[in-house]
Design a protein around this ligand. Structure first.
Ligand SMILES: Nc1ncnc2c1ncn2[C@@H]1O[C@H](COP(=O)(O)OP(=O)(O)OP(=O)(O)O)[C@@H](O)[C@H]1O
Ligand SMILES: [Mg+2]
Length: 287
């Protein structure tokens, strides 16, 4: 079952000040299956957030279609839950109140919504904090709350735009492990935007690598790492480095588009690639 289908998406912005037109997305197509975790990766400014905002219904495309659960997207809706980079929480509501809010909007009966909210708070490790307020939580806990709030609504697609970008490295790793645990047990459909290659490899079933703006899909990379994934074991697998190198090559190849510098490395003999160092392949273009 396809949960999200993006077909020949095209987006031109008109600059509010100069009136100039900027083509952000040239031609982007991909699908996300039900229960799949798909990341979108690409150079800064290539249009990742734009794709996510179009899927969320916050921004309207100039061409192409987005279909969620069989229905064309036409504005925001409860079938898509968004976890933002900064915590878009209600500061005047308790932790529980934040999670319950969407359920109340959907007229879920009180007893059921409280039970469901508690269940999801437990899932993200926030049981015991139900009656605190967002400002009493650390940044990482606030981000967990954002995840719980979206999960509790059981959206057809969960949209995440660099949700861990502003969080310290150690906490980020824990949140990534927690998110991967949740996605392994509950199988939400996730569309995840990041510019962190290792994060994308660790979390994803597939990675959509976009080109520079105006963006196209350079390649969709399958991540065949076994689950459950834990940083310590997973990052040591040769397959982890191999996949990350492949993605890095695709991103680097884009910087010197045309003159073949990065193009050759990954394509043919993957088998001999196991011992490559951190980024042995991509280096020579010191710019
Ligand atoms: N509302 C807007 N009006 C005009 N141009 C915009 C608007 N929003 C985005 N853009 C332009 O569209 C392009 C893509 O922006 P977008 O934010 O989607 O990129 P991104 O890949 O998410 O970047 P980053 O990695 O920095 O988050 C950029 O050139 C940006 O300046
Ligand atoms: Mg962005």
């Amino acid at each position: 079952m396809t949960a999200l289908e993006i077909d020949r998406l095209h987006k031109v912005y008109t600059d509010a000040y100069s009136g100039e037109e900027v083509t952000a997305i040239d031609d982007v197509s991909f699908t996300v299956k039900e229960g799949e975790f798909v990341s979108v990766l690409g150079p800064s400014g290539c249009g990742k957030t734009t794709v996510l905002n179009i899927v969320a219904g916050f921004v309207r495309q100039s061409g192409g279609t987005v279909v969620v659960d069989g229905r064309p997207v036409d504005g925001p809706g409860p079938d898509r839950g968004v976890v933002f980079q900064s915590h878009a929480l209600f500061p005047w509501k308790t932790v529980l109140g934040n999670v319950v809010f969407g359920l109340r909007m959907r007229k879920v009966p009180r007893a059921e919504r409280n039970a469901r909210a508690q269940e999801f708070l437990k899932l993200v490790g926030l049981d015991g904090f139900a009656h605190r307020y967002p400002h009493e939580l650390s940044g990482g806990m606030q981000q967990r709350l954002g995840v719980a709030r979206v999960l509790a609504n059981e959206p057809a697609v969960m949209l995440m735009d660099e949700p861990f970008a502003s969080i310290d490295a150690q906490t980020r790793r824990r949140l990534q492990e927690d998110l991967t645990g949740i996605s392994e047990t509950r199988r939400p459909t996730v569309f995840f935007v990041t510019h962190d290659v290792d994060e994308a490899v660790f979390l994803s079933d597939r990675i959509v690598v976009l080109s520079r703006r105006p963006s196209r899909v350079r390649e969709i990379v399958d991540v065949t790492l076994p689950r459950p994934r834990r940083w310590q074991e997973t990052a040591e697998l040769p397959e982890f480095r191999r996949t990350a190198n492949r993605v890095n090559d695709l991103l680097a190849g884009d910087e010197d588009a045309g003159d073949g510098a990065g193009a050759s490395a990954g394509d043919g003999g993957v088998g001999d690639g196991g011992a490559r160092g951190e980024d042995a392949g991509g280096g020579p273009n010191a710019a």
